[in-house]
Design a protein around this ligand. Structure first.
Ligand SMILES: C[S@@+](CC[C@H](N)C(=O)[O-])C[C@H]1O[C@@H](n2cnc3c(N)ncnc32)[C@H](O)[C@@H]1O
Length: 236
């Protein structure tokens, strides 16, 4: 095992990293509940799907939504991003619809092989069990409903929610074609003034960046809300 993956080393690294991140986060946004963020981050300290800065930004975007917000996530994997969003939501009954085929698929170039290895190492045929147990462990099961479907099938299934969603986070299939199709299918779901965010903008998943550039040029987004790591968020 690589030195940095030894449990004690990993824990110390996590503690130092999260302390450093949280010092800055508290300064930037003293109004947010960073204790809740820390609780979620500790649960996912072995997760490697996003940096603390990216997780913190998702938490911030969710915290800035109105109470009882309606959220859709495309690509939930084991639910880490879902939990960071859920932790920021306010009100008695906010809802996240977490769309994923839960089959650990990626059709994006070199990422496909990485996924396949990661997925096989789990020793399960689906990530749904991990998703559910993470929601239960953090108390988010009532807020986050898994939608077990391919992205475009889910968009057809949830058609009644068009124009009614406050926030959509897209982190599913990272190929150019799929990202274009996700923008096309899901942009109409976001309320005017709502937010659409993407993971992996500017990453090695070049198709994601290309699809976002083209959508920006075509005037699909009203303005940029912000960028953190490879997350970019737009107001619709
Ligand atoms: C990068 S992972 C998501 C990571 C997660 N958002 C996080 O940050 O913890 C991508 C996920 O998208 C899902 N996925 C890929 N293509 C999809 C598609 N066409 N429809 C639905 N889900 C898809 C995969 O099963 C995988 O779980």
């Amino acid at each position: 095992m690589v030195f940095k993956h030894w449990p004690l080393v990993r824990d110390v690294r996590f503690t130092l990293k999260s302390r450093r991140y949280l010092r800055g986060a508290h300064k930037r946004r003293p109004d947010l509940n960073w204790d809740e963020f820390r609780r979620i981050a500790r649960h996912f300290k072995r997760d490697d799907m996003g940096s603390l800065a990216e997780r913190g930004y998702l938490f911030q975007l969710a915290s800035d939504l109105p109470a009882d917000a309606s959220v859709v996530e495309i690509g939930s994997w084991m639910g880490a991003s879902t939990c960071f969003i859920a932790g920021g939501l306010k009100g008695a009954s906010p809802k996240i619809q977490a769309v994923d085929n839960f089959a650990g698929q990626s059709t994006c170039g070199e990422d496909a092989a990485w996924y396949q290895r990661h997925f096989q190492a789990l020793g399960e045929g689906s990530t749904l069990g991990f998703f559910k147990s993470n929601m239960a462990a953090l108390g988010f099961a009532a807020r986050a409903e898994p939608v077990i479907a391919d992205s475009l099938a889910a968009a057809r299934q949830l058609a009644a929610r068009r124009g009614a969603v406050d926030f959509i986070f897209i982190d599913g299939d990272h190929s150019y074609q799929a990202c274009c199709a996700d923008i096309e299918a899901w942009a109409p779901f976001v309320k005017r003034g709502g937010v659409m965010a993407f993971h992996d903008f500017g990453s090695r998943a070049h198709g994601v960046s290309q699809a976002i550039f083209e959508a920006t040029k075509a005037g699909r987004f009203a303005e940029i809300v912000g960028v953190a790591g490879t997350i970019i968020a737009f107001r619709m």
